[in-house]
Design a protein around this ligand. Structure first.
Ligand SMILES: [Zn+2]
Length: 215
């Protein structure tokens, strides 16, 4: 099992020990521990470098390992200890998109108790939060825009609580804490401006589309 250091440490550079290099349909590098966030929880996988090799994406493998997908492993071999660097610009975008999703879920749940956030997708250009609508609400795009704008202006703390490996939650202000393995900004002012793109209802679900501006 790869130790998922990104759950407790937001370092973007450091060193890793190579445990295996897998060549097949994709070339994969595995390490004993990783600071790369794998795709999951609605958040994109990190990119960056391990040694002089480019990491194109990071994914969960079925056996609890984490795969760093590379175009070519070059001379990398198991046992090597190598520096890594995570693509900071892309990580920041992912953190802002992911945290913006939590914020939208939080402000909407507080203002409209009939809406329960159930899922999110936080890829740039595709951001959305889905709610189960337990009772009919009069939610409007303008109201969501106002709630989000106020929460950003209030600079609410985005706190990560619990044990990183067993019961980690993301908690913004007094909103319902959400079990989460993603990466987050420290406070809502770091989100910049959030654009609410629309509200749609489909099959009992209410979907709020969003994006971050200035990325
Ligand atoms: Zn999260």
């Amino acid at each position: 099992m790869t130790i998922r250091r990104y759950l407790e440490d937001s370092a973007l550079t450091g060193e890793v020990t190579i445990t295996s290099v897998v060549t097949g349909e994709k070339t994969i590098i595995r390490t004993s521990e990783t600071w790369f966030h794998p795709q999951g929880g609605g958040q994109r996988g990190d990119r960056g470098m391990i040694g002089d090799v480019q990491v194109l994406d990071t994914r969960f493998a079925s056996d609890g390992e984490i795969d760093h997908i590379v175009s070519d492993a070059g001379r990398i071999q198991p046992g090597m200890r190598l520096p890594f660097a995570i693509d900071e610009e892309q990580r920041m975008i992912n953190m802002r998109m992911h945290s913006a999703g939590h914020l939208i879920a939080g402000v909407v749940e507080v203002r409209f108790p009939g809406l329960i956030a159930v899922s999110g997708h936080h890829w740039p250009g595709e951001g959305r939060v889905e709610f189960r609508e337990e009772e009919q609400t009069d939610i409007t795009q303008a109201e969501v825009e106002r709630l989000v704008r106020e929460a950003i202006a209030a600079d609410l703390e985005v706190a990560i609580k619990g044990d990183p490996y067993t019961n980690r939650v993301c908690s913004i202000d007094t909103y319902r804490p959400i079990p989460c393995g993603g990466t987050h900004v420290g406070s809502t002012s770091e989100l910049g401006n959030i654009e609410i793109k629309g509200i749609k209802r489909k099959k009992g679900k209410l979907r709020i589309g969003y994006d971050i501006l200035g990325r």
